[in-house]
Write a protein that binds this ligand. Structure first.
Ligand SMILES: [Zn+2]
Length: 433
C-alpha cells in the first residue's frame, strides 16, 4: 500500500508564498520536518496565506441599503430605474452628474446595478461592470458624482508538480493546473519537446505560477514564473523575465531564449510524407536523386509559415520546385519552400518576413505527385535535415538586463528546489501517519 502511494503521481498543488509584488512583507522559511507535532512547512505557509487574506478595512464604509437589479436583455437605464420606482428625472440628474457617468450608456445584460434609495430619492448607485471594476455614483451638494472603483487583484504564488503516465494534459490536470496554464507550459517547452511524439512515461514537470486573488478567492490564473520539464532524462528549465521595452519572455537560467530562431516545421500539425534522404528514388523521375528536404502532406491552400525571421531572396518558378520561396536568415541560414499553389500577398524578392508569417499556400506546382510542401534548410550553404538539425536559440536576454536576470533566475531555480523538497517532506509525513 505504501509503495502504491509512494509511486503515485504527486497530485498536490499548493498555494504558498505571496508574490514579491503583493503587499505582504513576510516570507516563509520552508524547512524540512518529519515530526508530526510540528505543522509541515506547507501547513505553515498555508496559515500565513490565510492570515494575509484577512486584510484590515482602512476606509470607513457608509452603510448602504442596496437594492440589486440585474440588467436584462433590451434594458435601458430608464427601464431599470423604473423597476426600482425612479423616474426619468432621476435618469436625467444622474446623467448630468460629474465623472464618468457616460459609462452608464454601456450597460449590458448580466451586469448588476445597485440602488440606495431613501424615501423617493436616489442617494447612491453602483454600476458593477466586472468583478474588479464598478462605477460608484453618490449624491452630493452639487448633484451626483461618479467615481470608478477598481479592486486590485492580489497575485499569489503557487506550485504544482507531476509525473506523466500518458499525457501532459492528464498529469497537469491531476496536479491541479488549469487547461490554460497547461497550454502555456506546453508552449514554453514546445521548442525543445514535441508533446505528441517525445513524451515518455516518467517525464515530469514542476511549475511556479501565479493565481490572481480577489477578496480571498481565486479569480483567474496569472503567469508561469518558472518551470522545469524533464523529458527522457533531459531537464529543461525556463524562467520568465519581463522588461518594459521588450515585454515578457522565457529564458534558460543562463539567459538563452527558450524560443528557437526557427520553427521546426513550416506547417502546424502536418504529417511528414517523405523524409530527408540523400539517396532516394525520385517518385516522379524514378531515378536515384537526393531528397534534400522534408515533405509535409497537406491539402491545397494550407498556409505555409516562414520558419524564422528573414528576407525573401527568391519568389518565383524554379524547375521541378514549381512556385518556390527562398528566405535568407542572417548570414548563416537559408530556408526553401517549394510546390506552392501561390504566394502570400506581398511576398516578393526583398520582402522582410517574421517567424510564423504566412508566405504562401500548399500546392503541387513543379514536379509533384500531389499537394504537399517540400521544405529545405541550409546552414552555411550546406543542405541539412530540417527535422534533426540543431536549431539556434532566438535572441538571448539583452546585455543590459543580464545581471538582473541572473539574480532572478538563481532565486527561481532555488525556489523550484525548495518547493519540490517541501512537497517531498509532505509526502513522507503523509506516509508516516
Ligand atoms: Zn520533397
Amino acid at each position: 500500500m505504501a509503495v502504491a502511494v509512494c509511486s503515485a503521481v504527486m497530485i498536490l498543488a499548493l498555494t504558498l508564498l505571496p508574490s514579491p509584488d503583493a503587499t505582504a512583507t513576510k516570507t516563509v522559511r520552508l524547512k524540512p520536518t518529519s515530526a508530526n507535532v510540528e505543522p509541515t512547512p506547507i501547513e505553515q505557509a498555508q496559515e500565513l496565506v490565510d492570515e494575509q487574506l484577512v486584510e484590515p478595512q482602512m476606509e470607513t464604509v457608509i452603510a448602504r441599503n442596496w437594492q440589486d437589479q440585474k440588467v436584462r436583455s433590451g434594458d435601458t437605464l430608464s427601464h431599470i430605474f423604473k423597476r426600482v420606482g425612479l423616474g426619468s428625472r432621476d435618469v436625467y440628474e444622474v446623467m448630468a452628474g460629474q465623472g464618468d457617468v457616460e459609462l452608464l450608456k454601456k450597460i449590458h445584460p448580466g451586469q448588476t446595478m445597485r440602488f440606495d434609495i431613501e424615501g423617493q430619492k436616489l442617494v447612491a448607485l453602483e454600476y458593477v461592470m466586472s468583478r474588479t471594476d464598478s462605477l460608484m455614483i453618490e449624491q452630493s451638494e452639487n448633484g451626483y458624482v461618479a467615481e470608478m472603483q477598481i479592486k486590485e487583484m492580489v497575485p499569489f504564488t503557487s506550485y504544482a508538480e507531476g509525473t506523466i503516465d500518458s499525457s501532459l494534459f492528464l498529469a497537469a490536470q491531476k496536479a491541479g493546473l488549469s487547461e490554460g496554464l497547461t497550454m502555456e507550459l506546453a508552449n514554453i517547452f514546445g521548442w525543445d519537446v514535441d508533446f505528441v511524439l517525445d513524451i515518455r512515461e516518467g517525464d515530469s514537470f514542476r511549475v511556479i505560477y501565479q493565481e490572481m486573488h480577489l477578496d480571498g478567492e481565486k479569480v483567474k490564473d496569472g503567469e508561469i514564473l518558472a518551470a522545469q520539464f524533464t523529458n527522457q532524462g533531459n531537464t529543461f528549465t525556463a524562467i520568465r523575465y519581463e522588461t518594459s521595452d521588450r515585454g515578457a519572455s522565457y529564458f534558460t537560467p543562463q539567459g538563452e531564449s527558450m524560443r528557437k530562431a526557427f520553427l521546426r516545421s513550416p506547417i502546424s500539425f502536418a504529417r511528414i510524407s517523405s523524409h530527408f534522404n540523400l539517396r532516394r528514388k525520385h517518385p516522379v523521375l524514378h531515378t536515384i536523386r537526393a531528397h534534400k528536404g522534408t515533405d509535409y502532406a497537406a491539402s491545397r491552400g494550407t498556409p505555409i509559415k516562414a520558419t524564422g525571421d528573414g528576407k525573401v531572396i527568391f519568389a518565383g518558378v524554379k524547375g521541378g520546385y514549381g512556385k518556390v520561396v527562398i528566405l535568407q536568415h542572417g548570414q548563416k541560414y537559408r530556408s526553401l519552400y517549394a510546390h506552392m499553389n501561390n504566394y502570400a500577398r506581398g511576398i516578393r524578392s526583398g520582402t522582410r518576413v517574421k517567424q510564423g508569417q504566412t508566405i504562401g499556400y500548399v500546392g503541387s506546382t513543379g514536379l509533384a505527385t500531389g499537394p504537399h510542401l517540400h521544405y529545405e534548410f541550409y546552414v552555411n550553404g550546406a543542405v541539412r535535415n530540417p527535422v534533426t538539425v540543431k536549431l539556434p536559440h532566438a535572441e538571448p536576454i539583452a546585455k543590459q538586463d543580464k545581471e538582473a536576470f541572473l539574480t532572478v533566475a538563481q532565486q527561481m531555480v532555488g525556489q523550484l528546489s525548495t518547493y519540490a523538497a517541501a512537497m517531498e517532506s509532505e509526502k513522507v509525513a503523509n506516509l508516516d501517519q
